[in-house]
Design a protein around this ligand. Sequence first.
Ligand code: ADP
Length: 630
Amino acid sequence: MAMKEFQAESKRLLDLMINSIYTHKEIFLRELISNASDAIDKLYYRTLEDGATGLSREDFFIRLDVDKEARTLSITENGIGMTQEELDNNLGVIARSGSLQFKQEAEQKEDVDIIGQFGVGFYSAFMVSDQVTVDTRAFGADEAWHWESEGLAGYEITPGTKADRGTTITLHLKADTEDENYSEFLDQFRIQQLVKKYSDYIRYPIRMEVSHTHVKEGTGVDGKEPEYETHTEVETLNSMTPLWKKSRSEVSEEELNAFYKEKFYDWQDPLKVIRSSTEGAATYTALLFLPSHAPMDYYTREYEKGLQLYASGVLIMDKCADLLPDCFSFVKGLVDSQDLSLNISREMLQHDRQLKLIASRLEKKIASELQSMLNNDREKYEQFWKAFGLQLKYGMYDNYGAKKDELKDLVLFTSSAEKKLTTLKEYVSRMKPEQKYIYYGCGETVERILGLPQAEALQEKGYEMLCLMDNVDEFALRMLMKYDDKEFRNISADDLELESAEEKEKTQALAEENKDLLAFVKDALGDKVKDVRVSGKLKSHPVCITTDGMISTEMEKVINAMPAQEKIKAQRVLEINGEHPIFQRLQELYAKDKDRLKLYAEVLYDQALLIEGISLEDPSDFSQKLCQLL
Ligand code: ADP
């Protein structure tokens, strides 16, 4: 077969690798060993599924071979192997999500600092080699294949000679330079050290011929010169103990972080590692991670939640969704349980009582870890909140509020007090003695919310307000209804009960006196409003829009923005400030110029909408009317 070109995206990644000045080039070994382990896993699955392979776990291995003269390091494994087509597809094209994501990141950032943060896969071999060959024979295949590449020029696939099943990847190491010592990857101690560092938990033996030198028996004593002899033997370099099975003291934070990044395709350290083991009704070990940022697809339909599920150390499912409630869908990690059967099918898993028990334990554990992070490391929690707070708020609302009690102490809102994030508990603790409600306003920014006409009266009283800026916020609070027996009040939707009995009386009297005027204005606005009232909650502003009934203007906006939803309309009320000079003007006009009063009514209504952040149905009409008045 003639030389073939790498696909464009692969070329870009390859180019990065070849010209990399990244200092931790050693990670290539981790990547290739990880691929080797995957290749064995694939065949081992088949063995589990139908038993037809006739193989057992003990038959599998990974082997490292060094040839110092030829300057080659090779990684051999007896896994699934590749057919000619697979070779072409898998090694000529960037396949996996991790590599793709890497590529996208690489376009935005300095190349150097991201290489080490990513699982960069097979191509990382080109950081240290000027030629890479792959010899492979797929399981059950009659023919072997040989793949070869010296980098950007392309690759070639030819019939191969590999006699047994599996794959050997051979790296021809680059020549040493002044700055780079590639020969270290031919050194047995260095390789041993790298395997320990990055691949110790790999569950198949990683073997290598290791030489030991010792003093020859009978020499070096009784005044005889010591003579040395060397013997070699094949040793297994890794402990094969999965990371999560090791005790806490045995695993460093660095190791856990590296494990997380490699396994869950992240380029940043996790925010928090959660370890949990229990025995009893459900025996399992869980190793969970809170990512420090939301994955790119997190808030889309493409995102799949789930934990890796192992039965006694063997992976049986890559993303077991049933292990995580939706409100914690951002958690990554794995669960290993000896109570599950290796051959359990997905359908059976769904109904498995053991699994349900584990899931409910994990949910409690995650909630309590979040709570303790909130209590003890506020800064970290706020970082978490920035990434996943939205999901917790959805969680309160979702499923008719099934999780609202579990989540109500974990949610944060921006408070008008110092414009900082606050929990509901903190808000309540700061409430004024006479304050009855938890007040909130909705809008796009804190400034806009604080600028609402209705906010003024609250601030005058020194009452704090929650500023709700995400669509889901008000829905979440409504689902909760109360916190600590305090009801929530939307400053533009409800009676705020800020007035004293006296003030109330005054407002009522004013309304009574001006009954006809109010009726006229309402008439002038037609079906735009449900009512027109004299307001007790306005200070310097002339008018505001409030709503009657369950649906606030914010909810109206949110629901109407959803596709395929029936449009709804909040019941709007125009409130007019009886103390404002404009009110007198309206009274005058009512007495002598009703046409002009109608114009006033329409302009005031539109103004009130604008302040509320609702777009006008007919802006040019508004502008015309304003000009008429001016
Ligand atoms: P990833 O392993 O993340 O998918 P790589 O670039 O490392 O990305 O590898 C690309 C693909 O090549 C793998 O998905 C796999 O299908 C195939 N591959 C790599 N190494 C081996 C191997 N030793 N045996 C079989 N297939 C392999």
